[in-house]
Design a protein around this ligand. Structure first.
Ligand SMILES: C[S@@+](CC[C@H](N)C(=O)[O-])C[C@H]1O[C@@H](n2cnc3c(N)ncnc32)[C@H](O)[C@@H]1O
Length: 424
């Protein structure tokens, strides 16, 4: 059996072997029922709950399993919402699982294609498969690790159109009517892997399979989750890659092959956040971003736009420019409302220097700062320490440590929308 979890102390409390042994308890009807009847997990209440369960006569291992699952369910609510309350997790499986809001977007592509079956090759705990099944698709979820596959089985239980089994990517035989989803493992012994060829399965093998599933040399319907930092050179030309950000953090790049790719779209950015869902599409030939001076407004583009190489497309649409050839801040003459941008009104641009900056903040009575940087070696917290002590007053500002036309500079600005600034 493959070692699915690292041999370090598992979840900081129990070892891997103990975790698996204890898990058997919650797989029994009595343990399952008890787990589902526990109060919402809280760190403060965990000790008292542990003692209560022990007093009621439950063995120590069983109690450990119950509390571990209860804690993981609480943690998983961020990714799975209320579904988490009837799922089972391993810490690593949860960390690698696709959040449901993102998986729902994956699922929409398959639903639009209506394949006979979606095969999730390396399904983990079933994060993506849940969304596929939730859309009414027929799902076969496969994982090479038998324990993970068993947990995926339980997690998919509410969906009669889905089943999970243990198996290997290499054993899958391309079958007409199948569409595939792959989320290759990007961790090994706790180490994060950045090279898609080091992942399991490697990207080249996935693409080879995608060709075999297609016809006349074209790719078949295959989707692959990749790390957001994927080198564009590793991406095939005739597929769509979509970078996804959730509340401002880029969480993945998904490669869509064959009929799962949208015609004419090669690179796209998808933003999911409290402000709704927004998409920016590109042909793969991003326009050059013009370079200009710092204008009255400065903009931070969403990471998905930067990673997808669509900065030029966005800048051209909104009449913006960069302030340095190599830095992804945009600037312009007008205040822009765009979901792809966080905007600031520029107050001043100063050459970088701690002494001069301290004097400036004192003179302007700015005592609360958000410090951001791009293209500067100094970390915001280092600068914050250098600027102390400061009794500058109640003023607020956001400062950007960056380069302007190649020169280390500080841009002092105010957000167009309210954000929290920390006292110096
Ligand atoms: C990143 S996780 C998948 C997470 C999943 N998408 C989710 O949302 O829960 C990758 C999974 O691929 C499985 N895996 C890695 N290599 C595999 C192979 N050759 N065949 C089948 N499964 C494999 C690992 O065991 C791991 O559970």
């Amino acid at each position: 059996m493959h070692a699915p979890y690292c041999a370090r102390h598992y979840d900081g409390r129990v070892t891997q072997d103990a975790f698996l042994e204890n898990l058997q308890y919650v797989l029994q009807p009595e343990g399952w029922q008890l787990l589902n009847s526990l109060p919402p997990y809280s760190e403060d209440g965990a000790l008292a709950l542990n003692e209560k369960l022990r007093r009621e006569g439950h063995p120590a291992g069983a109690v450990a399993a119950l509390l571990t699952q209860s804690r993981l369910r609480a943690r998983a609510a961020d990714k799975f919402g209320e579904f988490a309350q009837r799922m089972l997790f391993t810490p690593d499986g949860l960390e690698q699982a696709t959040r449901l809001s993102v998986a729902a977007h994956h699922a929409q592509r398959y639903a639009a294609l209506s394949p006979q079956r979606v095969v999730d090759l390396g399904c983990g705990l079933g994060g993506d498969s849940l969304a596929f099944a939730g859309m009414g698709l027929n799902v076969l979820a496969i994982d090479r690790d038998p324990v993970t596959a068993s947990l995926a089985s339980i997690n998919l239980m509410p969906f009669p159109s889905a089943r999970a089994e243990a198996g290997d990517f290499h054993a899958y035989v391309p079958t007409t009517g199948d569409a595939l989803w792959l989320d290759p493992a990007r961790r090994e012994n706790g180490r994060r892997l950045y090279d898609p060829e080091e992942c399991s399965p490697p990207l080249s093998q996935v693409l080879e399979l995608a060709r075999r599933l297609g016809s006349d040399g074209a790719y078949g319907p295959v989707g692959v989750k990749l790390g957001p930092g994927i080198d564009h050179a590793a991406l095939p030309d005739d597929c769509e890659t979509q970078w996804v950000s959730v509340r401002g953090s880029v969480v993945e790049a998904a490669l869509w092959c064959g009929p799962l790719a949208r015609p004419g779209v090669r690179r796209s950015a998808l933003l999911l956040g409290p402000g709704g869902t927004h998409r920016l599409d590109g042909t793969g030939e991003d326009s050059e971003v013009p370079v200009g001076e710092v204008g009255p407004y400065l903009y931070e583009p969403d990471g998905a736009v930067i990673r997808s190489g669509l900065l030029g497309t966005l800048a051209a649409a909104l009449d913006l420019h960069v302030i340095d050839q190599s830095i992804a801040y945009l600037s312009g003459a007008a205040a822009q409302e765009s979901p792809f941008l966080t905007g600031y009104r520029v107050r001043d641009v100063l050459p970088f220097g701690v002494k001069a900056l301290k004097a400036y903040l004192r003179k302007e009575r700015i005592g609360n700062l958000v410090i951001k940087k791009r293209g500067a070696a100094l970390e915001p917290e280092q600068l914050r320490r250098m600027l102390r002590p400061a009794q500058n007053g109640d003023g607020r500002a956001t400062i950007f440590l960056t380069r302007v036309a190649g020169k280390h500079s500080v841009i002092v600005a105010e957000p167009l929308k309210n954000t929290e600034a920390e006292p110096l």
